[in-house]
Ligand binder design. Structure first.
Ligand code: V0V
Length: 138
């Protein structure tokens, strides 16, 4: 099952400008920056509150004009693109959701932030929300 909210993903055009904005205005701390070629993103994890227990906002900037984030920005502009939940076992969580009629985007998990394993529920099956499952690295 789902353990907690892992992060809320926000599509942005300019990652460095967004990091500066979230730090200055909301007092969040940038705890990780990474480029993920497979997902076509440069991303930053912004920790909410004094400890990681507060969860994170994940800022997502496109690496190429054909990436998922570029397409989202073209269609919807900047804003919330996904809600991600922590799971213990991403394959088991995906199987459970498939059995409840959800389409998962990948047959097998792919690599997410910091070596996590990820999959997604199609937004059309989840009330218009792109849902991500995140199994943290061991
Ligand atoms: C598209 N739609 C969305 C949406 N993206 N609705 C809500 N939230 C979103 N993010 C709607 C879109 O408006 C269409 O609605 C419909 O879904 C189908 O659109 P489509 O043209 O068939 O599909 P695409 O090409 O827009 O692709 C959508 C999907 C794509 C979700 C399939 O974005 C995808 O593969 N996403 C998973 C990977 C990803 O998002 N990577 C970036 C984050 P109408 O017009 O039919 O009503 S990377 C990440 O999270 C990492 C690294 C991490 O957390 O570790």
């Amino acid at each position: 099952g789902l353990l907690r909210i892992d992060h809320v993903g926000v599509a942005v055009a300019d990652l460095d400008a967004a990091i500066e904005f979230y730090s200055r205005v909301f007092g969040m701390t940038c705890v990780h920056v990474e480029e993920n070629q497979d997902q076509g993103v440069r991303e930053a994890m912004m920790s909410v509150g004094p400890t990681p227990a507060g969860g994170c906002v994940q800022l997502l900037a496109p690496l190429s004009p054909t990436s998922a984030i570029a397409k989202f920005l073209d269609r919807s502009g900047p804003g919330v693109q996904q809600v991600a939940y922590t799971v213990r076992d991403v394959e088991a969580a995906a199987a459970a959701l498939r059995s409840r009629g959800m389409r998962l985007l990948y047959d097998a998990p792919r690599r997410g932030t910091a070596g996590s394993r990820i999959n997604f529920v199609h937004p059309k099956d989840a009330g218009g929300v792109l849902v991500e499952l995140v199994e943290p690295p061991r």
